[in-house]
Design a protein around this ligand. Sequence first.
Ligand code: PBG
Length: 329
Amino acid sequence: MRRPRRLRQNPAIRSLAQETHVRTDDLIAPLFVREGSGPPTPIESMPGVLRHGLDDLLRECEGLLRLGVRGVALFPVTPSELKDPVGQEALNAECLVLRTVRAVKQRLPELVLFTDIALDPYTSHGHDGVLTADGRDVDNDRTVDILARMGVLHARAGADFVAPSDMMDGRVRAIRAALDEAGCQSTGILAYSAKFASAYYGPFREAVGSARAVGTRPLDKRTYQLNPGNPREAIADALLDESEGADALMVKPAGPYLDIIAALRRETRLPVAAYQVSGEYAQIHAAARLGWLDLESTRDESLLAIKRAGADWILTYFARPVAESLSRT
Ligand code: PBG
């Protein structure tokens, strides 16, 4: 008789037999930055996640580095009076995210900075691009021109990786060409390659205020984000980003799309990143708050599953508490 339980009989043997580990090095912390100073402001649907003023953000970055988290992804909260239909603020050389990137790079040059390239923090309608003349769709090519210029601004400010999260066609090629032309050859592109039109982004849109403009209905981004039912299309789109010059490919959301992470891991030799999004985080917290799930063990299992599926990098709002718990063991 085979006895598989021999490998499970005590903690030491189980630890030797463990095949997958989440390490602090795998984690990238998404951070929200807002104008002004003073104490950080909470986000109701994301317990423990804060909108930081710049000084406070610098402290948070320092704390993360000390814990061994080497990467952060920055998301600006744009004041609504700076939003307009074409997202002009995105190209303002003094905009919040650029000031933040410069300040963080100066203080913590070794921290790897990822910045989001998309127009949704800046548009009054909340879409990731500028709209066509009839206002019924996002104008792909006009949007891509803006994204390429945005990428150069971010690279010059000190971003290590620009991360186009908009899902417009051809944007990786355009951003790569603009970066090279501007002399930013070392700036990488982390492409949100398989980004699905997901209901799990709700709390994020509350956090950055990109849901509000269109009222109570969730924003419909299905003309650019992927259909959740389409694994083949997702892999094809990701490989297109690779051929256009992406340095790493992302799947988003993560937990509900483990099949996509696993398939992409087999199809590419680039690093595969996975973004455990706001709704995945909120779900675990909400159930824990009701006493229905244990927060820490559910959190750890959710990340282990993402790693096991094949993700090399994990963007997660749990980065700090997980790094803290790993540093204790
Ligand atoms: C937008 C963007 C979104 C997220 C990251 N960048 C939301 C969206 O596409 O509407 C979501 C992240 C999260 O839910 O945690 N470019």
